[in-house]
Design a protein around this ligand. Structure first.
Ligand code: PGA
Length: 249
């Protein structure tokens, strides 16, 4: 059985005080679940999140990091800085990093390498844009993204990878891929990995769906056999919605 994961990507939301409040409410309301629950607050609130979740099963992830060990990279955060405050999971390649900050697959590949080298878990985001889907190119786009970011890895590195399929047209738009569309793509992703690596790697890597997951649609999406959970944006900022989504898994 693959690990089931519900991860909340808080993006550029929540001040220090708001982070404290949301985390204590979430801890208090956290349902009993075998799924791994992760929250990804902004960098400045990661240390607070680690401290306040010390005795909780909720894990903390960063939303991004630089690939270099250290150096003259103004405004950037290194793997060592994250690990030094106990953060060993990082979201990489989010579509907002790609579209607003020009992050391309080759940069992502370097970040993935750093995460693997440092023993971190990397949640790798990818997914097609609306135009790709309309023109029927969504499978080839996703295949290319996977290949560019991940196919150079050693087979054993896959134990540190979580995939998050997030069709760009569904992120923050209220429009969700149907459970069938999610399943179809997740099965394609598994087959692509099985062909390039081994069926065992393909069957072990968790694949999350992301893009307007809400309490109303989570159970249907999570019920699909190749969907192992979700990467949740907007709905992870509202404690009751996030808790309902955790319950749906
Ligand atoms: P959303 O964001 O749930 O608000 O669509 C998902 C994501 O960007 O990871």
């Amino acid at each position: 059985m693959r690990t089931q994961i519900v991860a909340g990507n808080w993006k550029m939301n929540k001040t220090l005080d708001e982070t404290e409040t949301l985390l204590s409410e979430l801890s208090a309301k956290l349902p009993n679940t075998e799924a791994q629950v992760i929250v990804a607050p902004t960098f400045v609130n990661l240390a607070l999140a680690k401290n306040s979740l010390e005795s909780s099963t909720i894990q903390v992830a960063a939303q991004n990091m630089h690939f270099a060990e250290n150096g003259a990279f103004t405004g950037e955060i290194s793997a060592e800085m994250l690990q030094n405050i106990g953060v060993d999971t990082v979201i990489l390649g989010h579509s907002e990093r790609r579209s607003h900050f020009g992050e391309e697959d080759d940069l992502l590949a370097k970040k993935v390498d750093t995460a693997i080298k440092k023993g971190m878990t990397a949640i790798i985001c990818f997914g097609e844009e609306l135009g790709d889907r309309k023109s029927g190119n969504h499978f080839s786009v996703v295949e290319r993204q996977l290949k560019n970011a991940l196919f150079h890895l050693e087979p054993k590195a896959w134990a540190q990878i979580v995939l998050a399929y997030e069709p760009v047209w569904a992120i923050g738009t209220g429009e969700t891929a149907s459970p069938e569309q999610a399943q179809e793509m997740h099965a394609f992703i598994r087959k692509t990995i099985a062909d390039a690596f081994t069926p065992s790697i393909a069957n072990t890597v968790p694949i999350l769906y992301g893009g307007s997951v809400k309490p109303a649609n989570a159970a249907d999406i999570f019920s699909k056999p190749d969907v192992d959970g979700g990467l949740i944006g907007g709905a992870s900022l509202k404690v009751d919605d996030f808790v309902a989504i955790i319950k749906a898994i």
